[in-house]
Design a protein around this ligand. Structure first.
Ligand SMILES: Nc1nc2c(ncn2[C@@H]2O[C@H](COP(=O)(O)OP(=O)(O)OP(=O)(O)O)[C@@H](O)[C@H]2O)c(=O)[nH]1
Ligand SMILES: [Mg+2]
Length: 191
């Protein structure tokens, strides 16, 4: 389902993990890769397409995945950007069953100012988050290794950041099983 306003959210009746990141970073593709359901999260080649919060129930009803709207899409009109930001912030602050946000970062670009601003929001709201590099197939393996190290250093002193950085490629399925296992480990009866 797609929820357009915060009064139409699903009941907080199960744990949720959310996927956040700049427009076009690969959120929908990674959700598709994790859930093996092609087309489910509407991956698109058109930046800024997922404008609503989208919810997917997975793992036999114990977990819900939230596909957050992309931020930092330069071509979106300003009022639209502001609306996304307000909606997303309100969701992150108020969602009691939200276990973790995966903050997706394009391997080709690394952390941008807008990502740091979003991390500030998470840190201030004490929303636990973890950085996930996407599209690692687009850069060489040594560059991936270097980026993991650099990114880890940049987030080291952030209070709500999970220290380990995960590297993924939805296209090659790299890191997808690892990320899925980490998500499943967040569920109460899987520890
Ligand atoms: N090479 C490569 N391309 C990818 C990968 N993941 C996503 N893409 C491409 O990147 C583009 C954006 O992917 P989406 O999954 O739609 O990105 P998104 O973050 O959901 O985008 P918005 O919802 O618009 O914010 C698409 O053209 C994808 O095919 C990847 O692992 N490798
Ligand atoms: Mg999307």
């Amino acid at each position: 389902m797609g929820a357009v306003a915060l009064d139409h959210l699903p009941e907080p009746d199960r744990l949720e993990v959310a996927f956040a990141g700049r427009s076009n970073v690969g959120k929908s593709s990674l959700i598709n890769a994790l859930t093996n359901q092609k087309g489910l999260a509407r991956a698109s080649g058109e930046p800024g397409r997922t404008r609503e919060l989208n919810f997917f129930n997975v793992e036999g009803g114990d977990l819900r995945i939230v596909d957050l709207p992309g931020y930092g899409y330069a071509k979106a009109p300003k009022p639209v950007v502001e609306k996304w930001t307000r909606l997303t912030k309100a969701f992150l602050r108020g969602r009691v069953n939200l276990k973790r946000v995966y903050l997706l970062i394009d391997s080709r670009h690394g952390l941008k100012d807008v990502d740091l601003k979003i991390m500030d929001v998470f840190d201030e709201a004490a929303v636990s988050y973890q950085v996930v590099l996407t599209k690692t197939d687009k850069i060489k393996p040594p560059a991936v290794k270097r980026l993991i190290g650099e990114t880890g250093e940049k987030i080291a002193r952030r209070p709500a950041a999970f220290p380990r950085v995960i590297a993924t490629s939805s296209a090659k399925q790299d890191g997808v099983d690892q990320l899925r296992a980490e998500i499943v480990a967040l569920l109460p009866d899987m520890g």
